[in-house]
Design a protein around this ligand. Structure first.
Ligand code: PMP
Length: 382
């Protein structure tokens, strides 16, 4: 810490969206999942303030018993409509949505099959369920097929994948994974935390692949494109009803605050009305990827606003993170065991060309610290 290389829990004193304040420094924010730039949108802030005024600061209880507002129900209805699915259930975070969905649907005689890069909440939900968890090689439908084929007869089979992988910014191989799941009679859940608001004009990964009706359940978070805090699952009436009565993370935890629910609803409406935001976030990331290619720096398999920059090791990652802070750029250092060492950058619809050029300039000044486009990355991921 004394060396100034501890990069976590940084106490920001200003958070404008595209920029943040750390000490007396203003940094271009390239470490946030605020993809559409809506956390500071006046319409979203107004909706949150009005809900705060109307309902107070908290519902102080679970939706199940005493903390359910008509606002939560309206948000569910609009999410379901957005996805063209019959029903939705709103949780208090995306983490809790995955935890509750998986642990309610799978039991100890069942099997959960998760991508090797699946989010921690998917792994934790699987462990909580008591089902056997089998990981399969990232995006490898054949590997999934082999694991499904080996499952004991009679065991329920639940496949869970991310739509967009948050460490690499790559898409899931949804068509192949859906086909394999169907072949073996498995149900499939897609966690679209990073796809909602970003892919297909904001409609997400399942829509991008034209497979929303082939996916049994979609889980989402409000803490990224929806500029709030909360999560949800969308799916059939029957399964959602079951989840609302069996998902322990929904039943035994207080509901999303009125301000959070109202902000998410306002952001969802803006997302639908302004598809240019999704496109702009992608264009901004493309601009950075092109700049990196000119520098000979690899951005891996990224094709979304999440851009990973592989570094030469753990110490180099921390040094580089610090140097970029000194140059006015905020990034996320990622270290093993989370993933192989890298800086993770994410871009927003509201970054201006000036912001992006400042970031590229800083990256160019430190380009020798990154792995080149042709260098092997020594990844520890399977
Ligand atoms: N799934 C994925 C893929 C995520 O990246 C995250 C957040 N990092 C979550 C779920 C959890 O979302 P929340 O922040 O709403 O708990």
């Amino acid at each position: 810490m004394a060396a100034g290389l501890y990069p976590y829990f940084l106490p920001l004193t200003g958070h404008e969206g595209t920029t943040v304040t750390l000490g007396d420094q203003e940094l271009v924010m390239c470490g946030s999942n605020n993809y559409l730039g809506l956390t500071s949108d006046p319409r979203v802030k107004k909706a949150a303030a009005e809900a705060l005024d109307l309902y107070g600061t908290s519902c102080t209880g679970s939706r199940f018993l005493n903390g359910n507002l008509a606002l939560h129900d309206l948000l569910e209805a609009e999410l379901a409509d957005f996805y063209g699915k019959p029903a939705a259930a709103v949780f208090s975070t995306g983490y809790q949505a995955n935890l509750g969905v998986i642990s309610a649907l799978a039991g100890r005689h069942d099997m959960v099959f998760a991508d090797s890069d699946a989010h921690a909440s998917i792994v934790d939900g699987s462990v909580l369920s008591g089902a056997k968890l089998r990981r399969f090689r990232h995006n490898d439908a054949d590997a999934l097929g082999r694991r499904l084929a080996a499952a004991p007869e009679g065991a329920g089979r639940l496949v869970v994948v991310d739509g967009v992988y948050s460490m690499e910014g790559d898409l899931c191989a949804l068509p192949e994974l859906v086909a394999t799941s169907r072949r073996y009679g498995a149900r499939i859940v897609v966690d679209d935390a990073h796809g909602l608001g970003v892919l297909d004009g904001g409609r997400g990964t399942t829509s991008y692949f034209g497979l929303t009706d082939q996916v049994d359940l979609i889980t989402v978070t409000f803490s990224k494109s929806l500029a709030s805090l909360g999560g949800a699952v969308v799916g059939s009436e029957e399964v959602v009803h079951f989840l609302k009565h069996h998902a322990r993370s929904l039943i035994f935890s207080a509901s999303a605050t009125p301000a959070s629910a109202a902000a998410a609803l306002a952001a969802l409406r803006i997302l639908r009305a302004e598809p240019w935001r999704a496109e702009r976030a992608q264009e901004n990331a493309d601009y950075i990827r092109r700049g990196l290619a000119r520098l000979g720096v690899s951005s891996g398999a990224s094709s979304t606003p999440v851009v990973p920059l592989r570094t030469r090791g753990v110490v180099e990652t921390l040094l580089l993170w610090r140097r970029l802070v000194d140059r006015g750029v905020y990034t996320n250092p990622v270290l093993p065991p989370a993933a192989s060492p890298r800086l993770r950058l994410s871009f927003m619809a509201t970054h201006t060309t000036d912001h992006l050029d400042r970031v590229l300039e800083a990256l160019a000044a430190e380009a020798d610290m990154f792995l080149g486009a042709d260098e092997p990355d020594g990844s520890d991921e399977t």
